[in-house]
Ligand binder design. Structure first.
Ligand code: NAD
Length: 491
């Protein structure tokens, strides 16, 4: 399917079990990033609407039955949401491709199934959890309960809207909390459907609410300052995390932040390049490089630098850039006009910093109907100075920098030289080096000879300015619960 006219949708707010219009009538447009066509009018939540959503979530939390239901019953409803997502996966994938500009097959085969898995995984996982028991001889007995915290604000970015929202919603609901969700203003479509999916799955009204809008002085800020919100799970930019932390400080909200990244992808001379090259291409250009875990700094040992550059460049030139709805497309546009300006501004910065352009750096040749799309070729620079801005700042687009190094210590120093610490990637056939370097790279996830492999039991989060806290498995249980100890005198 290419170049077909899409219908313009109206996206409403989902509050207390109903889709409603914004109370002040305010709406904003959303465009298809491949064509700039308007694809939706979205109701922007006014302060009163966010207030209603937060109060509905509070009422649903206090009155139950969600909080007091057995874990088995709660989990069965969340698993039903996962089933509905799979039943509707083509529709959801089409919308995600339309809204974000990502290739449809990626949404269909990877992200929407992963979204369903997020819900199912946490439903199953939380159903299995108990508490601890600490007997104190014959006199006292301690036991621990994990109780839900209350109303959670779940705020997500535009790069993986549905997948990242369910990654938060799964553990939030499975531990008995209620939620007010806000997707990013540029990609509201799929997340808005979570309301009807929750309803069909039998989740009580008020447990899941979805508001739409922007950050500052809009829905995002209204949620994070709202007195009824107890905890905030946020994924987005580091600078937004700082603003949210300040806004949530007055009411001491519990926070979990998954923030920006600038991962080092380190290729040692003994790496298997047949695997390292294609995986590094994925790590650099998947989702047009709009991935927090992107391997956007590729550190290559000097002895294999030229060979790697040639192979990497050839593989990048084979990527098909085009219409996200076309099943042959490997890479679509970036998400919005504003983001396109940001990403392409780094082309000038790279030039000023004397970076060597190896490949890309301009708009690709595309059919006429994509002329207004926010497209950039996969772009590769070489930069010897790891302190250059293109090596330090999160570009979050299809722009990658190759940095040569000589010794392992130098690679480590470069890897650790940014303010971020979300993840790292290491390519080597030397087992000792693999462990040694994994320990010394200061980041929350290290992949050795692979990338983007996730087990949802494992902790996920960042060192340094890449985040606060961890989610995944029992880390999510701890974030979305209050652990209570009960001590009983036995005599
Ligand atoms: P962003 O921070 O601009 O926006 C994220 C969300 O926060 C949006 O819903 C936005 O409306 C909202 N928001 C903005 N200002 C706010 C405020 N003052 N108060 C409350 N909410 C506010 O991020 P983005 O541009 O949508 O996403 C890209 C960023 O997300 C990148 O930095 C990327 O690395 C990061 N990210 C991190 C992870 C991770 O797991 N660590 C995953 C995906 C994306």
């Amino acid at each position: 399917m290419t170049n077909t006219k899409v219908k313009v949708r109206e996206v409403k707010l989902y509050i207390d079990g109903e889709y409603v219009e914004s109370s002040n009538g305010s709406t904003f447009e959303v465009k298809n990033p491949a064509t700039q066509e308007v694809i939706a009018y979205v109701h922007e939540a006014a302060k009163e609407d966010v207030d209603r959503a937060c109060r509905a979530a509070r009422r649903a939390f206090e009155e139950g039955p969600w909080r007091t239901m057995s874990p088995a019953e709660r989990s069965s409803k969340i698993r039903r949401m996962a089933e509905i997502i799979i039943e509707r996966k083509e529709e959801l994938a089409r919308l995600e491709a339309l809204d974000v500009g990502k290739p449809y097959p990626v949404a269909l085969e990877k992200e929407i199934p992963r979204a369903a898995h997020n819900l199912k995984f946490f439903a199953d996982f939380m159903e299995q959890q108990g508490g601890e028991v600490y007997p104190m001889g014959e006199e006292y007995l301690n036991y621990t309960r994990y109780e839900p915290v209350g109303v959670a604000a779940l705020i997500t970015p535009w790069n993986l809207p549905f997948m990242l929202t369910t990654w938060k919603l799964g553990p939030c609901l499975a531990t008995g909390n209620t939620a007010v969700i806000k997707p990013a203003e540029v990609t509201p479509l799929t997340v808005s459907l979570l309301g009807e999916i929750a309803k069909e799955a039998g989740i009580p009204d008020g447990v899941v609410n979805v508001v739409q809008g922007f950050g500052p002085n809009s829905a995002g800020e209204f949620m994070t300052t709202h007195p009824e919100v107890d905890l905030i799970s946020f994924t987005g930019e580091t600078s937004t995390g700082k603003a949210i932390m300040k806004n949530g400080a007055d009411s001491l909200k519990k926070v979990s932040f998954e923030l920006g990244g600038k991962a080092a992808n380190i290729i040692f001379e003994d790496a298997n390049l047949d695997k390292a090259v294609p995986t590094s291409i994925q790590a650099a250009f998947m989702n047009s490089g709009q991935v927090c875990l992107a391997g956007s700094r590729i550190l290559v040992q000097r002895s294999i630098f030229s060979e790697f550059v040639e192979r990497f460049k050839k593989a990048a030139s084979e990527l098909k850039v085009g219409d996200p709805q076309d099943t042959q497309t490997n890479m679509g546009p970036v998400v919005s006009e504003e983001h396109y300006q940001k990403v392409t501004s780094y082309l000038g910065i790279a030039e000023e910093e004397d970076s060597e352009l190896v490949y890309g750096g301009k708009r690709p040749d595309l059919p006429e109907y994509l002329n207004k799309g926010y497209y950039l070729e996969p772009t590769i620079f070489i930069q010897e100075n790891p302190q250059a801005r293109i090596c330090q700042e999160e570009i979050f687009g299809p722009v990658v920098t190759l940095i040569p190094f000589d010794m392992e210590e130098e690679a480590l120093e470069i890897a650790n030289s940014t303010e971020y610490g979300l993840n790292g990637v290491i390519w080597t056939d030397n087992l000792q080096r693999a462990h040694r370097v994994s320990h010394d790279v200061r980041a929350g996830t290290i992949w050795v000879n692979c990338w983007f492999v996730r087990d949802l039991r494992a902790p996920f989060g960042g060192f340094k300015k890449s985040g606060i806290g961890r989610e995944g498995g029992h880390h999510s249980l701890e974030f979305f619960s209050e652990a209570k100890n009960i001590c009983i005198a036995l005599k």
